[in-house]
Design a protein around this ligand. Structure first.
Ligand SMILES: Cc1cc2nc3c(=O)[nH]c(=O)nc-3n(C[C@H](O)[C@H](O)[C@H](O)COP(=O)(O)OP(=O)(O)OC[C@H]3O[C@@H](n4cnc5c(N)ncnc54)[C@H](O)[C@@H]3O)c2cc1C
Length: 412
């Protein structure tokens, strides 16, 4: 039997970041993960500027070590390809100079990135990490939670539970009563390839809004050593209705698509094609209750338009750690006290999630997206606007207003 004030279930980006922030505040915690690190996680491996921003807020040293990390590939922007196959390169920052430490984004296999974070945890004496134990039983007692692993080999008595155990979190289902809804969930698959031709020299990540994948997309994200993460994400509701076999769709796309087949002609599939769910933040949910908070994918917080979940997982992790500190200081773990966490999450991420939900609906209309691409190719101002879309909520607000398209059409 172990005793702690804070137990974090899961040591992925959400759990590890929560523990790092707690350690920074001098609060000990126990982190338990069902896997032994390094472990893989199915993902596009794309990391936005949010990740470095957040890590440097916790501890500049961690952000600097990540900047030096050899397993990542710096990326300088995004290539959008519309359904009409018109492509446009949008840098994260206009007129970038490719200075070291400058890139707003990078791509890093999760087996390496998550292990980087876990290594950082191992540097913190306040963090006790238990690997290879899956927590499957959660019992609320008058003075805390009693957590038990699947084999009954460990029991943890804790004042507060932070559930960071990802998209398939049993805690989220059983305790928070949040369930998968196909309209707010994406089915995703990814494969690793080497030898794809035609990659951009500045490692732009590619989003192909192919007609048969909308309202999702096919992606190619460049990795070190000439490898790339290739995948497809599609709204589960649509995938079910169309009875899509995503793995087959990926293989068909790289083998038969008019444009992509040329680029994949000499490419090699490395390993298997694997899938996992993306719980979207397109619906507001209760993220906490008596003695618990949900962070990252366990709280269904992935951006519904970009599919970005790591940044949001890390942002909510830091907020949960701050809330945990407040609960400990006040010795108050009631559902009412915990509500401050929900308010904080939706104050910070809510506007962005709302805008992305609207954008996700918009891209169901390929003609609209085609038009945006055609116009952007000729219009520098519009290109710059699109490059800000990924990190500025005000820009997304513009993109979901009908007047915006009307003005574009009228050329004003
Ligand atoms: C196909 C696909 C592509 C994606 N592409 C991107 C992308 O390019 N960029 C991006 O930002 N996001 C992407 N995402 C989303 C991203 O992968 C998630 O948002 C992110 O992993 C969330 O981190 P997390 O820490 O909340 O959960 P996870 O990373 O899932 O970590 C959860 C941890 O909990 C552990 N765990 C699970 N159950 C238990 C248990 N019972 N007991 C103990 N431990 C447990 C697991 O072993 C794991 O280590 C993608 C997702 C998918 C499926």
């Amino acid at each position: 039997m172990l005793e702690t004030k804070v137990c974090i279930i899961g040591a992925g980006p959400a759990g590890a970041t929560t523990a790092l922030q707690l350690a920074y505040m001098g609060i000990p915690c126990l982190v338990v993960d069902k896997s032994v690190f390094p472990r893989d996680k199915v993902c596009g491996d794309g990391l936005s500027g949010k990740v470095l921003t957040l890590l440097s807020r916790i501890d500049k040293g961690i952000a600097e070590r990540l900047q030096q990390f050899v397993f990542k590939e710096d990326s300088w922007g995004i290539t959008f390809v519309a359904a009409n196959r018109m492509g446009i390169n949008i840098p994260y920052k206009p007129n970038y100079a490719k200075l070291p430490g400058e890139p707003r984004g990078f791509v890093c296999k999760r087996i390496h990135f998550d292990n980087f974070l876990v290594d950082e945890l191992k540097r913190c004496p306040q963090v006790q990490l238990i690997e290879g134990k899956a927590i499957t039983k959660y019992e609320l007692l008058p003075d805390g939670y009693l957590l038990t692993d699947a084999t009954g080999s460990i029991q943890i008595k804790t004042q507060l539970v932070i559930a960071a155990n990802g998209a398939h979190s049993g805690f989220t289902k059983e305790v928070a009563n949040i369930h998968m809804e196909p309209a707010h969930y994406v089915a995703g698959i990814r494969a690793y390839y080497s030898g794809i031709s035609g990659m951009h020299p500045d490692n732009l990540v590619e989003l192909h809004f192919l007609k048969n994948v909308l309202p999702g997309y096919f992606w190619i994200f460049p990795l070190p050593n000439g490898e790339a993460n290739v995948g497809i994400g599609m709204l589960s509701k649509v995938a079910r209705r169309r009875k899509v076999n995503l793995k087959q769709l990926l293989l068909d796309t790289v083998q038969h698509d008019e444009i992509l087949k040329e680029r994949f002609k000499d490419a090699t599939l490395l390993g298997s094609i694997d899938g996992y769910g993306l719980p979207l933040g397109s619906k507001k949910r209760r993220l906490s209750g008596e003695r618990y908070m949900l962070v990252g994918d366990a709280g269904f917080l992935i951006d519904p338009f970009t599919g970005e979940g790591i940044g949001n997982a890390m942002y909510t992790a830091r907020m949960a750690a701050e809330q945990a500190a407040a609960c400990i200081a006040a010795d108050n773990y009631t559902a009412a006290a915990m509500m401050a966490y929900d308010e904080n999450v939706y104050r910070v991420l809510g506007p962005e999630l709302k805008m992305s939900t609207k954008l996700q609906k918009l891209i169901r209309y390929p003609w609209l997206f085609n038009m945006l691409m055609r116009m952007s190719a000729r219009n520098k101002e519009l290109q710059e606007l699109m490059s800000c879309m990924f990190h500025e909520v005000d820009v997304r607000k513009k993109l979901v207003k009908p007047q915006f398209y009307l003005r574009l059409l009228l050329g004003r």
